[in-house]
Design a binder for this molecule. Sequence first.
Ligand code: NDP
Length: 477
Amino acid sequence: MMHSNLIDGEWIDGDDVVRNINPSDTNDVIGDYARASAEDAKAAIAAAKAAFPAWSRSGILERHAILRKTADEILARKDELGRLLSREEGKTLAEGIGETVRAGQIFDFFAGEALRLAGEVIPSVRPGIGVEITREPVGVVGIITPWNFPIAIPAWKIAPALCYGNTIVFKPAELVPGCSWAIVDILVRAGLPKGVLNLVMGKGSVVGQAMLDSPDIQAITFTGSTGTGKRVALASVEHNRKYQLEMGGKNPFVVLDDADLTVAVEAAVNSAFFSTGQRCTASSRVIVTEGIHDRFVQAMGERMKGLVIDDALKAGTHIGPVVDQSQLKQDTDYIAIGKQEGAKLAFGGELLKRDTPGFYLQPALFTEATNQMRISQEEIFGPVASVIRVKDYDEALAVANDTPFGLSSGIATTSLKHATHFKRNAEAGMVMVNLPTAGVDFHVPFGGRKGSSHGSREQGRYAAEFYTTVKAAYTLT
Ligand code: NDP
């Protein structure tokens, strides 16, 4: 089946087609997806601009009903959509279904928020004057998403944008268009008026760039690499538009001498390797104090032996394939770099053959790594982690913070003193105690600091900050 783009309420074929391939089995073609041109992107932007006045004034019950229906359909189809997700991205079926449920919950949350829009009435410092503070939609919002969370990230950008009355031009990652197409199809059938949401699948360098260059997009929300994030920022400054960036991470996971070893190993394995390490919140630096170091490394090795790396859709698979050939090359290149830098490849790191042709990589754990090595400073975005040995908590915290990134930060400890100190002093947007660095709630603010993020937080009530603009109105009473 051919999957078209949606522009001004019409399903439009592109000049070209992209074939969506299963990374667990490259012979499995998921479907053909239209590839939009720069002209298509311009038409989509014009449609979103034309739809904005009416949608920005639409009733809250209409917005609530559309978001609610979308949530209900996503949740009702969680197994089917979760399977599509695992098939196109390569995370396991359990992870795919889990992510789909989360997308449904996000639409449900913002369906509720649509009914809770509120402002403030405050007294003026001048007698006889009243002040009202309200939030208004920003305008046309450009949404550019990456491949690693093909349904959750589109959901956590589209749902608040619609809830607060914005219109949208949405460009998903070309590698995983399936879930994005499905969400747009659901929203349209849920009753979204034409032009409010436009889907332009295609190349970032063409469709994404046309969005960056347009003066008619008032805000861009982006998740992806640091390099593309910078392009979004520069273009947005040029057009004086609002922008929000979620980019890379090099998240630390600290293990202290007093940690519960089982808790520490489970959290570290999950942080480093689940979802094939392809999460911006994954931990690729495991910082371990001397007293527990050797026991921890041995226990990690034992735990890693039990991991099943296979077809994402197979029952019993713990870790699916890497998303594609170029990401696999990036992962294996970094494994070679780690060896050259003098780290010891203690476990894994081999390419694996399975029943079907796919991008299978055994998770890799380096030991004897230092924080100065490239494998400890640069985002790899695969199932590759390094153990860095440190003397004590103070050194662990210093190493944890010695990175250009600041998204998530974790610690395994039974000490209240150290847990409390770490929560206050980790230079990250999210801190986890005795939990993996990845795995967050859908109603809680998401985002980081330093090189990981720019702009206000995503998700939960904090999302209002990006998708609205504040107005103060004064009235002589
Ligand atoms: P990109 O930043 O290139 O892709 C993210 C999105 O930006 C995609 O939709 C992409 O389109 C689009 N894009 C690319 N070029 C432009 C442009 N000039 N203008 C506007 N949009 C553009 O990341 P990749 O997918 O190439 O992944 C590369 C690396 O980025 C990974 O190895 C990882 O290190 C990091 N990454 C981080 C993520 C995170 O969650 N923080 C998520 C994904 C990647 P298209 O893909 O269709 O070309």
